[in-house]
Unconditional design. Structure first.
Length: 357
């Protein structure tokens, strides 16, 4: 039906593209998206002239259409055919990404939705979350029957970016919370609880605190490291600093305490600061070393190759995070991936973040 309407012609020889070009003085996201759809389904209208001999581009320029519509109508049919739906991403990004978000949420592809929030600037994300009375959060309310941590993270990130989305109503008069409780949607209890939060509470509550209050108790042990990581990312990002090779800074020029080998593989399990290349060297050194060996309170310093690999991975992940527009204000996937390591590694990470920041 829509494709047939795209090809309809009025008594003046105008296609829908001609008519839209004449009434596009004020830019809106929906207007730009409709124009893209008209062009995609009937590309030849870009070069078609009406009875006055005008193309859609001629009409747009004559009527003072907005720059986005003029740019879109400036393509030839061949260019439009090669670009196809990529034109939506360029000329109607808000509607394009809203559509993508809706698809990801309905298919429960939460990783893709997180990636969008991570990689795009705050203005675009805000527009996507507010368009059409906060459509993405309503989609989430309708597709949350099964709980997962990733789903909860996504819900919290969305409402923290736009708390008023919880008060918007659809034509039926339902808010996202009321939609989630409808029998046909039947969202899980955790999501229903989050969608009942007051916008004022969300606005004044730091994101890590929202996580602490919303996620299951089994995850509470990561909140200290998580909060420190987020603060560190903000510090590094806004000060435009660069991370150095932290393991080498923390442990410069390790050498065996006996033979001075530059490749020690063991350390004293008590003080953590003396290194040996073999058990034999460690035994030889013990009689002298035990007089000055004192228990170390910095048990989280890396002492094995596995610890160093963990720190190297952490440095790489942090460098990735720092470059992202949304880094620090939400649980970026790379931070969560790192915090998902063993608790001992998390302890190492937490101590070093405090030291570096």
């Amino acid at each position: 039906m829509f494709m047939r309407n795209c090809g309809a012609v009025d008594e003046h020889g105008n296609f829908p593209t001609h008519c839209l070009a004449a009434k596009a003085q004020t830019h809106t996201h929906v207007l730009a998206y409709v124009c893209v759809v008209l062009v995609v389904f009937n590309k030849n209208t870009l070069a078609t002239r009406n009875k006055k001999g005008e193309t859609p581009l001629d009409i747009a320029r004559r009527s003072g259409a907005c720059a986005e519509i003029i740019g879109l109508l400036s393509h030839t049919p061949e260019e439009a055919d090669s670009l196809s739906w990529d034109m939506a991403r360029v000329y109607a990004p808000v509607c394009y990404w809203t559509s993508e978000m809706n698809v990801w949420i309905s298919r429960r592809s939460h990783t893709d939705a997180h990636k969008f929030l991570d990689e795009h600037d705050d203005e675009l994300v805000r527009e996507v979350l507010t368009i059409n009375h906060s459509e993405p959060i309503r989609q989430l309310a309708c597709h949350s029957q099964t709980y997962s941590d990733s789903l909860m993270f996504l819900a919290l990130r969305m409402i923290h970016r736009h708390p008023l989305s919880l008060t918007h109503r659809v034509k039926s008069g339902w808010t996202a919370s009321q939609l989630a409780e409808q029998p046909q949607f039947n969202a899980c209890k955790e999501i229903r609880k989050v969608l009942r939060l007051a916008p004022n509470y969300i606005s004044r509550t730091p994101f890590p605190t929202l996580l602490l209050h919303s996620l299951p108790t089994k995850h509470h042990e990561i909140y200290g490291p998580y909060n420190t990581v987020c603060q560190f990312i903000k510090h590094m990002k806004y000060d435009k600093a660069e991370l150095t090779d932290l393991p080498s800074v923390l442990n410069p020029a390790r050498k065996c305490d006996v033979c001075s080998s530059s490749h020690p593989t063991k350390s004293c399990s008590r003080c953590k600061h003396t290194f040996y290349c073999s058990p034999s060297c460690q035994k030889l050194a013990w009689k002298k070393h035990k007089k000055k060996c004192t228990p170390s309170h910095t048990t989280c310093l890396p002492t094995t190759e596995a610890d160093l690999r963990t720190l190297h991975k952490g440095v790489a992940l942090l460098n990735m995070c720092i470059q992202r527009p949304g880094a620090g204000d939400g649980p970026t996937s790379v931070v969560l991936e790192f915090l998902g390591l063993e608790r001992r590694d998390q302890c190492i990470w937490n101590c070093q973040c405090v030291q570096w920041a």
